[in-house]
Ligand binder design. Structure first.
Ligand code: WQD
Length: 330
């Protein structure tokens, strides 16, 4: 698994072990906390092999394969993921995210490695015509360089699916992964000021930030704030295990699944639920819209349910409780 030490990758590593897989992690550790590998090992009950390698480094990828005697499948998460940062340093995003995918596919083709599960995003839909999106909803105009890199990676997969008919690939389009491992031992560790809603809320509740600014309260939504589909990170992790099983057994060359709960929550609802379930105050203020935000988007998850047998298990209340327990443990 590339990006195996990140927020989502670390939860997938634990889920893989729970399902009897033996993960091998690759990560350049450029955006991760030093404590995470030990935390993964503790939850997995053994030292999970970790290669400190950049995914763009083809020789490094080959070394991993030689040392491990090959792999049965690849989960590819290694990428930068901040929408705002990607606008400031687009070339870094193109280089890191697209070159990593190119190098990985190159090695998979040359070594005839099969079974790829790719970490994509609902951002590929841009501003959809309908708020509930299915996998058939076309790509929209990518607002950010980050969004463009996810579209580009999916395009690379589609082209390789045509040139290499033996290859099996699945793309998982996550909506908004949130929460933390119920043990309180794994979670999100954003460096600096968080871009995303939940880490900003938890840091505000912890007193590290004075208040959270609600970006826009005049949207065409029931309470005027943006609506998103927030899905527990452990459910997202479980989806990868299902996708890996599916890609290994299926005859379909390339498939795509939305990974969300199928339900939207507004920013105000999320902050209110957080306050209620955690019995803690979070100061909030209404502010201007954030450029590039879509008013409302949530997943149609019928396909993941029918094909992967996957649906989210955790409620948003549980996810927000776990996020707070994680924040308090830091
Ligand atoms: C959620 C809502 C904000 C911060 C992005 C990517 C997506 C995925 C997740 C992953 C929005 C509002 C936020 C704040 C706020 N990428 N908000 N005050 O933009 O839906 O999705 O991250 O790698 O692909 O596009 O997530 O958490 O930034 O925002 O009001 O301080 O919270 O406006 O409505 P987003 P987010």
């Amino acid at each position: 698994m590339t990006g195996g030490v990140g927020y989502i990758g670390s939860h997938i590593a634990v889920a893989l072990v729970e399902h009897g897989y033996t993960p091998v992690l690759l990560d350049n550790l450029s955006r991760s906390d030093d404590s995470i590998p030990d935390r993964i090992n503790e939850l997995c009950g053994f030292n999970v092999p970790l290669y400190k390698t950049d995914c763009r480094d083809r020789d490094g990828l080959r070394k991993l394969l030689d040392a491990e005697g090959g792999v049965d499948g690849v989960i590819h998460l290694a990428a930068y993921k901040s929408v705002g940062e990607s606008v400031k340093i687009p070339l870094t995003y193109f280089d890191n995210n697209i070159s990593a995918m190119t190098a990985l596919l190159d090695i998979m083709v040359s070594e005839r490695l099969n079974n790829l599960v790719f970490s994509s995003s609902c951002t590929v839909y841009g501003v959809p015509d309908h708020r509930e999106v299915t996998e058939k909803t076309p790509f929209g105009n990518a607002f950010s360089p980050y969004g463009f890199t996810k579209q580009a990676c999916e395009r690379l997969m589609a082209d390789v699916a045509r040139s290499e008919p033996w290859m099996r690939q699945v793309s998982l389009r996550y909506f908004n992964p949130i929460g933390a491992h119920p043990s309180g031992k794994l979670g999100e560790l954003p460096g600096g000021v968080p871009d995303n809603l939940i880490p900003y809320v938890t840091q505000t509740a912890a007193g590290q930030r004075d208040h959270i600014t609600i970006f826009g309260s005049d949207y065409d939504t029931p309470d005027g704030t943006c609506v998103r589909d927030y899905v527990h990170v452990c459910d997202v992790a479980e989806a990868h295990v299902r996708a890996l099983n599916y890609v290994s057994e299926s005859d379909i060359a390339l498939d795509t699944f939305n990974i969300g709960t199928g339900r939207g929550h507004s920013v105000k609802e999320i902050i209110d639920i957080f306050r209620r379930v955690n019995k803690t105050e979070v100061r909030s203020e209404e502010g201007p819209r954030r450029p590039g935000d879509v008013d409302a988007i949530y997943a149609n998850v019928d396909k993941a349910s029918a094909t992967l047998g996957w649906t989210s298990k955790y409620t948003v209340e549980e996810a927000l409780k776990h996020a707070w327990e994680w924040q308090k443990s830091l």
